[in-house]
Ligand binder design. Structure first.
Ligand code: C2E
Ligand code: CA
Ligand code: CA
Length: 772
């Protein structure tokens, strides 16, 4: 459209410019023609005036001669002076009065013209050209600009021009003809003069009354030059054409292709002027050409301007559209992975549900959550976490088909939509395939080692009223999968809803658990793997729920951590465990006691006071207490945690790293903390008998411990084979169902401590409690 507008503008501008240019040129041409016509008229009238003057002169001279037929030279000079011949008639070169002299009269004529006073003394009279002829036409008087006198003895009838003189005498009509005399070529006018001043009616009468001729030699070019003055570039020519005379004189130079005008002057005379006029072509009129060029330039510029302006707006609009597109994309996509975000997912899910309802197919939603992703962030940093998320997104995308939507809900949560119409495999098969591909280690590039991340998946299918409902079901199923041990999928079933409500219920019930004395501790023995003697116990928390029975820590400790109650409960655990250990020690059972401390407890300095307080109240020696901190808790707030643990350490308490091997911590990190022992996670213990890699890893961890001067403990020992491998690998201690389950104090005392107790007397417990 803009191109059309610009073309229209430019074409319009060009046409307009051409029109204006030619209008101006035509105007200029017309003006120059008028000017030329004016000049021509001026030249013509100047010449006409001169001719009229000359004719007057001729008439005047004729009248003078008629009045003085025998006038002498001096008389003629007097007359010429009286009419100011040489000044008033600048074109007149000479004037001569000619008499017809028959041969017989020549002596008398000679005597007359050579009479004293007429000619300078001693002047010889001679006819020119010499010779004897029947008659002569000789000057009786005259005046020339050069000689100021007559041409003495010149026979004007000696040449063919003489016939013209005789013809004029007989006809009474003067002749005009070009004459060259005295060095100039001019117009010769010879006019017959008759006595009485008029021309008689017949030839006989004319011959009878004939007195002579008056001849004037004039120089028309001089006249014309004068007339042309002030009119440069013009040429003029005069023509006399009458009664057998035909003479033309020209002056000036007309340019090529000049225009000409012909005008009639006096009788027989025409004048033609020629001069340059401006043609009506634009190219011949500078002003018009400039105007046209300016107009053309302007219209092209205007076109260009409009083009830039028009397309500029268009460009701006395209830019805005692009930017809007980007913003829309940003609004609907996750910035990190580029996957659709929660908003777009909601939209797609609504569409999917509508389609499924219409087609009678099943839509499925998979809710994905990385297991322990927080550990990656805490230990390797957020950048590594981001890189992992990007890699996970890419792997998910490459595993699924184009038609399936993958969205990132935020954090480490992803959602996959499976279009029922296009699914042949069940959502469970898809989930299993995802679990399988995620099991492969991710290589995030140096300096990070390849790491394995597991995934838990919640599946929801079916016809739900809203996208939110379906998502919530998948989330519930995910929660279930996590609870069931992670790295697995679970499909939603309505019963699961009760799990969620159970969570809410527990949250409520936990508020009064401590004051209602619903907590108790069980103790799991820890053995020296060299001699299999029991060296310590780990205190493990249990909750006696008023209606649900005994609940395990994994079910309620996360809730305590969320609510912050973990600080109070943790303080109670420390006091209770220390008191119990002190009781046993006072009875001679030289057991150490291991107490778990959560990450939240490490966030506050009060932990140090709580430990000191528990030791003081129970009277337990500090070196009998071991604080267990998980590897991921260590990495949480490295500097503060290290500082608090050093404070704990100065109390004399030992520190163990719990669940070691699950947190990706490096040797460099471990060195920051005052750690005494490593508790190798159950995961590794269970794997040593099945995979050679895990066996090698145990060896590595033991070596790591030795390098750092730390003792090692294997958790979760369940089989004799495991025990054998651990002992062969020189792991210092072991803990697990193979040796003993967590036991309540009484059971522990009865089953494991009795033999020792039997040989040693039991000292009274601090605080006066009876030993149980
Ligand atoms: P943990 O510190 O790793 O505790 C060891 C867990 O492994 C205990 O589970 C124990 O029953 C279990 N276990 C011991 N031997 C075996 C075995 O051979 N096979 C298997 N499969 N499991 C074994 P429990 O008592 O359910 O405790 C779970 C977790 O709850 C503990 O893991 C610990 O992190 C946390 N926890 C327990 N008591 C406390 C506490 O007082 N305070 C804090 N902050 N956390 C606690
Ligand atoms: Ca522990
Ligand atoms: Ca553990």
């Amino acid at each position: 459209m803009w191109a059309a507008v610009v073309v229209l503008l430019v074409v319009g501008g060009v046409v307009f410019s051409l029109f204006v240019g030619s209008r101006v040129a035509r105007g200029e041409a017309a003006r120059s023609l008028v000017a030329f016509d004016l000049s021509s008229a001026q030249v013509a009238s100047t010449l006409q005036l001169a001719i009229e003057q000359q004719n007057d002169l001729l008439v005047n001279a004729g009248a003078y001669i008629a009045g003085n037929p025998t006038g002498s030279q001096s008389e003629l000079t007097g007359w010429a002076n009286s009419v100011q011949l040489l000044t008033r008639y600048p074109q007149v070169h000479s004037l001569v009065v000619i008499a017809y002299v028959p041969l017989a009269d020549l002596p008398a004529f000679t005597a007359q013209v050579t009479a004293p006073g007429e000619t300078a003394a001693g002047t010889e009279f001679q006819v020119v050209p010499p010779g004897s002829r029947p008659f002569y036409c000789l000057a009786t008087g005259g005046l020339s600009r050069e000689t100021r006198t007559r041409p003495l003895g010149v026979d004007f009838c000696a040449d063919p021009g003489g016939n013209a003189l005789l013809a004029a005498r007989d006809s009474g009509v003067g002749s005009y003809e070009p004459i060259t005399a005295e060095g100039i070529t001019g117009l010769g006018i010879e006019s017959p003069i008759y006595s009485g001043g008029t021309v008689p009616g017949t030839v006989e009468l004319r011959r009878a009354a004939f007195l002579g001729w008056v001849g004037i030699l004039s120089d028309p070019s001089m006249l014309m030059d004068r007339a042309l003055q002030g009119n440069p570039g013009m040429a003029v020519s005069m023509r006399y054409h009458l009664d057998g005379s035909d003479v033309t004189f020209s002056a000036g130079h007309a340019p090529l292709g000049a225009r000409s005008r012909v005008a009639d002057l006096a009788t027989g005379w025409t004048v033609s002027t020629a001069g340059a006029t401006v043609s009506s072509s634009v190219f011949d009129v500078p002003g018009a050409l400039q105007l046209m060029i300016a107009g053309l330039t302007l219209s092209v510029l205007l076109g260009a301007f409009v083009w830039v302006l028009g397309t500029g707006r268009q460009r701006a609009r395209r830019l805005v559209e692009k930017r809007t597109g980007q913003l829309r994309h940003q609004a609907l996509h996750d910035a990190l992975t580029g996957l659709p975000n929660r908003v777009l997912l909601g939209d797609r899910l609504t569409q999917l549900l509508a389609r499924a309802r219409r087609d009678g197919t099943a839509a499925a939603v998979l809710f994905l959550d990385l297991d322990d992703f927080k550990n990656v962030n805490d230990t390797l940093g957020h950048q590594a976490g981001d890189r992992l998320l990007i890699a996970v997104a890419a792997r998910l995308a490459s595993t699924l088909r184009e038609v399936d939507t993958i969205a990132r809900m935020g954090g480490d949560e992803f959602v996959v939509l499976i279009d029922g119409a296009s699914v042949h495999a069940s959502p469970e098969l898809v989930a299993q395939r995802l679990l399988d591909v995620m099991g492969q280690p991710f290589d995030l590039g140096a300096p990070l080692l390849p790491l394995t991340v597991n995934l838990s998946i919640g599946i929801a299918t079916g016809d739900k009223a809203s996208a939110d409902e379906l998502l919530r079901d998948a989330d519930t199923a995910l929660y279930q999968a996590k609870g069931a041990g992670k790295n697995r999928y679970a499909t939603f079933d309505p019963q699961m809803q009760s799990v969620l409500s159970r969570h809410t219920e527990l949250e409520f019930d936990l508020r009064s658990a401590l004051t209602e004395h619903q907590y108790h501790l069980v103790y799991q023995p820890i053995y020296n793997l060299t001699d299999l003697s029991m060296v310590a116990v780990e205190a493990l928390l249990r909750w006696d729920h008023p209606t649900m029975g005994v609940l395990m820590p994994e079910e309620f400790i996360p809730i305590l951590e969320q609510s912050g109650q973990i600080h109070d409960v943790g303080r109670w655990v420390l006091q209770e465990a220390c008191a119990q250990a002190a009781t046993w020690r006072s009875r001679g059972d030289d057991l150490d006691i291991s107490v778990n401390v959560s990450a939240r407890q490490l966030d506050q300095d009060s932990l140090i006071d709580d430990i000191a307080q528990a030791l003081q109240t129970s009277g337990l020696p500090a070196d009998a207490l071991i604080i267990e901190v998980t590897e991921t808790a260590l990495m949480h707030n490295v500097d503060d945690t290290a500082q608090r643990l050093r404070a704990v350490k100065t109390l004399g308490v030992r520190i163990a790293v719990d669940d070691f091997g699950t947190g990706y911590s490096s040797l460099a990190y471990l060195r920051k903390f005052p750690v005494d022992s490593l508790k190798i996670d159950r995961m590794f213990t269970n794997a040593i008998t099945t995979s050679p890699e895990s066996k090698a890893l145990i060896g590595t961890l033991v070596q790591l411990g030795k390098d750092l001067g730390l003792s090692t403990l294997a958790e979760g020992v369940e089989t004799v084979d495991e025990m054998d491998v651990l002992r062969a690998a020189n792991v210092d201690q072991g803990q697990g169902f193979l040796m003993a389950h967590p036991l309540d104090p009484t059971t522990l005392e009865n089953q494991l401590l009795i033999p020792t107790r039997a040989s040693t007397p039991t000292p009274p417990l601090p605080g006066g409690h009876p030993a149980r």
